[in-house]
Design a protein around this ligand. Structure first.
Ligand code: KG4
Ligand code: ZN
Length: 343
């Protein structure tokens, strides 16, 4: 089965082709950084318009890459949520329309399930059960993955997602969007000795997170110091250290609580090198193993959506396969991960 995957939930248009036998064939991304950078964050209406401009040429180029073979995929998977409504509608309506025109099934995929499954695209893929830390711009959660498709949320953020806190802190420091990579770059020349930020919610039991206080801590630190280049890098260091250590402490707890020996870290913030360093050190002490997506599949991409579509369609009964003739489609801008049907 060959699946065309379409991702358009936020500010990247991603398209990919995944083959059940051959693996990932092609993937392409149209980044919107240039559109949003001057506003310091994602402007939802502009994101939707950019998706409209990019999506058909991107699909064309992906399908042309395999032009010596049969063009048509066997099914289409598109991100149905969570995400920005206007952006989601672009991928969903294009995916659904192409599926109807080609007479093939289509399926709406949960964006965070896509992130969760992204490490499965690597040669050394994790076997369930495992703990997954999903850290993106919109979500931060720890999930007990009993098997693929059966998810229990162990904890999540009560306010800002980790990526969102990176983005907002970068903005107040005058660093460019997207904030995560900008803070990581600045932090490299920051001092470990100058500022110390709190590790929120680590001094009480539980697996929930809270990151909005760290952003405020960064703001008050910035206001009470002369914000020169060194101070910016020192704040970036202290902030990144606090977020990544907090995430690591909660991963340790989740592994101990579940007794799982495998950990998956996925979503945009999983590209962070400091986080990877701390997690690598943690799993050594616990005799556990960690799995990450390759760096380009940490952030949004079409490959993870094609792969998730493949897993779900493969597991479906023939009589439940989505109807290729149905015109109806649904997007869910808010969509709890643990409400997904198990398979
Ligand atoms: O998964 P993603 O591409 O989109 C969402 O689903 O939200 O994640 C984007 C988030 C942004 O907040 C971005 O600042 C953050 O991931 N990010 C990083 C890094 N690369 C991307 N945060 C910290 N360090 C990075 N290297
Ligand atoms: Zn994402």
């Amino acid at each position: 089965m060959r699946i065309l995957g379409i991702e358009s939930s936020c500010d990247d248009t991603g398209v990919a082709l995944y083959d059940g036998k051959l693996g990932l064939l092609v993937h392409r991304l149209a980044s919107q950084i240039n559109t949003h950078q001057k506003y310091g964050g994602v402007v939802p209406e502009l994101a939707a318009r950019d998706h409209i401009r990019s999506i058909i040429p991107l699909i064309d180029s992906v399908l042309n890459d395999v032009k010596n073979e049969d063009h048509k995929p066997d099914a289409i998977a598109y991100t149905a949520g969570p995400g920005l409504a206007g952006a989601l509608l672009v991928g969903a309506s294009v995916g659904k329309s192409l599926a109807m025109a080609w007479g093939i099934p289509s399926i709406g995929i949960h964006h965070m399930e896509g992130h969760l499954l992204a490490p499965m695209l690597e040669a050394d893929a994790p076997e369930p059960p495992f703990v997954a830390l999903l850290v993106s711009g919109g979500h931060t959660m720890l999930v007990d993955v009993e098997k693929i498709g059966r998810y229990t949320v162990l904890g999540q953020t009560l306010d800002d997602a980790a990526g969102e806190a990176f983005d907002k802190t970068a903005k107040l420091l005058g660093l460019p969007y997207p904030g995560g990579p900008a803070i990581a770059r600045a932090a490299v020349s920051g001092s470990a000795k100058r500022f110390h930020f709190p590790r929120p919610m680590t001094n009480r039991p539980g697996l929930d997170f809270s990151f909005s206080g760290l952003k405020t801590f960064a703001l008050t630190t910035a206001q009470s110091n002369h914000l020169d280049k060194q101070t910016i890098t020192d704040i970036a260091y202290a902030f990144e250290d606090a977020v990544t250590e907090t995430l690591t402490i909660k991963c340790k707890r989740a592994l101990q609580q579940t007794s799982h020996k495998r950990l998956v870290i996925a979503g945009g913030v999983s590209a962070n090198h400091r986080l990877r360093g701390k997690i690598d050190a943690l799993v050594k002490t616990l005799d556990a193993k960690v799995y990450y997506p390759r760096i380009e599949f940490c952030t949004d991409n079409g490959a993870m959506i094609a792969y998730a579509g493949h897993c779900r369609l493969k597991a479906m009964d023939a009589n439940k396969t989505p109807n290729a003739k149905s015109l109806a489609f649904n997007i869910q801008p808010r969509w709890p991960l643990d409400s997904l049907p198990p398979f």
